[in-house]
Design a protein around this ligand. Structure first.
Ligand SMILES: [Fe+2]
Length: 342
């Protein structure tokens, strides 16, 4: 797990020399986020003029995008916005930069490594490799790739999609004057690096050029705005779903409970299979939007017993926390959620 990094701007720190074995000299890095269990990380990287890296592969999966300057990859000259998805064990040809360049490097599955080789590792999934000049060769598309969607004026270019995890890498742009007034959180981690321009967020303030975040699941973010627009690289580590709301005080536990409640309401059979082995637990976790006090509640409106079409209210008298109750929740040892009538 990578910890929450936000707000952060790489322009506020200096480059360190890359000293891991296998890497050519003339490579500086700024660590943006780091997973202490796997060594996976994201870094902004400066390659000095005259940089040369012999052909070879990384032991882990990685992604790169050129921030500025030119990078020669084999006999191809790649410019800002050029994106590479490089599977573990996929050997790139020699890499050089005559004038130097800035690159965003993302190591997804392990620490950065370089094994000199002109051939792919025999187990490399070479067909997953792809690269594109994302600035020149992909048009902007509407941001509504998932529903519910971001406000109009946030456009995307999809760069990589993992069909198993639904993890995505994409460019996004906020048009000048963009704003979105609701609050978001997701069931996935979300990462962003601002290639150019600035945006603003209610919780974390301005993200300038070089601004970065790694945001674990369930953390509120938004409202958003961008006065003059921005272009950023974004990633999610699994399926993106926009949980929108207007409660600036909800915390990550309440947000996760609400997601869980929504899963119970949307996929009750999956919920039952996954979480109830001996009894279909009558409660869902709490969805705070359905139980929070609202203006107008006082007039005798029943705010607490909204039906989602699946739940039966807790009208029957057994006690789930009784040690001998056959209705005990299988996860009740010693978990403590809120029963309204216990
Ligand atoms: Fe988000």
């Amino acid at each position: 797990m990578r910890p929450h990094i936000e707000p952060f701007c790489d322009r506020d720190v200096t480059f360190k020399n890359m000293r891991l074995p296998g890497f050519a000299s003339g490579m500086g890095y700024k660590m943006l986020s780091f997973d202490p269990e796997t060594g996976g990380c994201s870094m902004s990287v400066q390659l000095n003029p005259g940089y040369y890296q012999p052909p070879g592969f990384s032991w882990g999966e990685r992604e790169l995008i050129i921030i500025s300057g030119e990078l020669q990859v084999g006999d191809r000259t790649c410019r800002k916005g050029h994106y590479f998805f490089v599977p573990a064990g996929y050997a790139l040809p020699e890499v050089r930069s005559e004038q130097g360049c800035l690159v965003l490097e993302m190591h997804n599955t392990g620490e950065p490594s370089h094994e000199e080789s002109t051939e792919h590792h025999p187990q490399a999934q070479v067909n997953l490799y792809h690269n594109v000049d994302s600035f020149m060769d992909i048009p902007w598309a509407m941001g509504n790739v998932v529903s519910p969607a971001v406000a109009s004026g946030c456009l995307i270019k999809l760069l990589n999609y993992n069909p198993i995890s639904h993890a995505m890498t994409f460019l996004y742009c906020m048009t000048p004057g963009f704003y979105q007034d609701n609050i978001s959180y997701h069931d996935c981690a979300e990462e962003s690096y601002h290639l150019w321009g600035a945006s603003w967020m209610m919780q974390f303030g301005d993200i300038p050029t070089g601004g970065y975040f790694w945001r674990p699941a369930y953390i509120n973010h938004g409202a958003f705005a961008s006065e003059y627009g921005c272009v950023a690289l974004g990633r999610t580590d699994s399926k993106l779903f926009n949980h929108f709301h207007y409660n600036p005080w909800s915390n990550p536990i309440e947000n996760a409970d609400r997601s869980f409640a929504r899963m119970h309401q949307r996929d009750p059979q999956l919920y039952k299979w996954a979480f109830s082995t001996d009894h279909n637990h009558p409660h869902s976790p709490e969805d705070f939007e359905q139980t929070m006090q609202r203006r107008g509640d006082e007039e005798g409106h029943d705010n607490e017993h909204k039906s989602d079409g699946h739940r039966h209210d807790h009208w029957h008298g057994h006690h789930h926390h009784d040690k001998d109750s056959p209705y005990r929740h299988p996860l009740d040892e010693p978990h403590d959620h809120h029963h309204h009538d216990d």
